[in-house]
Design a binder for this molecule. Structure first.
Ligand SMILES: [Fe+2]
Length: 214
């Protein structure tokens, strides 16, 4: 959930400059902790977001709004053993995200009308760069989380088992933070409306290596 909050916060950066201070700094040189690494990556993604076109950023934001909703629907709403208060907090967050997604679905096509075909083509490259930046965070978060699990876990694992744990966690993170949004029917509908077959193939080719095992 921490990572999700970070990603959602990143999307606020272009909208509210006041958030920028929290994400624009590189980690201190001596800070080699996982926190420092992830903070540094977040800074890099926030900087990348600020450099990209509004079209590309809106694509990323819609993807994030949709995966946030999907996370609630798949992992919280059907779970009977969670506390009612906890479920309520996420229900109301889900409702808030619903409104955001509706606004993004209006904004993205509106922005699309302003671009020339060449500008839109450039924006596709930027979407690919943004997804790569997000994946950098996921890889770092995966390494940090698995490292922590191995440290506190009472059992010991063989090398191949550790490799399987890492692969499983990274696969889950990529599903939650990239593919559950990209493959969401509402994202796909707009994506198909706003792009050419060639552009979709470029994005799909860039995503394919991340999607090898889900
Ligand atoms: Fe949102």
């Amino acid at each position: 959930m921490i990572l999700m909050s970070m990603l959602v916060a990143i999307t606020i950066v272009p909208v509210g400059a006041s958030y920028l201070g929290g994400f624009s700094k590189a980690p201190e040189a001596e800070d080699t902790s996982d926190h420092g690494l992830i903070h540094g990556l977040l800074g890099a993604v926030a900087a990348a977001v600020l450099e990209k076109s509004t079209w590309a950023v809106l694509a990323l934001i819609l993807e994030i709004e949709l995966f946030t909703q999907e996370h609630y629907k798949q992992s919280i709403e059907p779970e009977e053993n969670l506390s009612d208060l906890y479920k309520d907090v996420f229900l109301f967050h889900w409702k808030e995200e619903t409104t955001h997604a509706i606004m993004d679905e209006l904004e993205w096509p509106r922005e699309n009308k302003k671009l020339t075909p060449a500008q839109r083509d450039q924006a596709i490259d930027e979407v690919i760069e943004l997804v790569a930046a997000v994946d950098g965070i996921l890889q770092a978060q995966c390494a940090a989380d698995v490292g922590y699990f191995l440290k506190i876990c009472k059992g010991s694992f063989k090398e191949d088992e550790i490799a399987r744990i890492k692969a499983g966690v990274l696969k889950a993170y990529r599903w939650q933070y990239i593919f559950s949004g990209v493959e969401h029917p509402r994202f796909q509908k707009l994506f198909i409306d706003l792009t050419t077959e060639d552009q979709r193939q470029r994005i799909n080719a860039a995503l394919a290596p991340l999607n090898g095992n889900h």
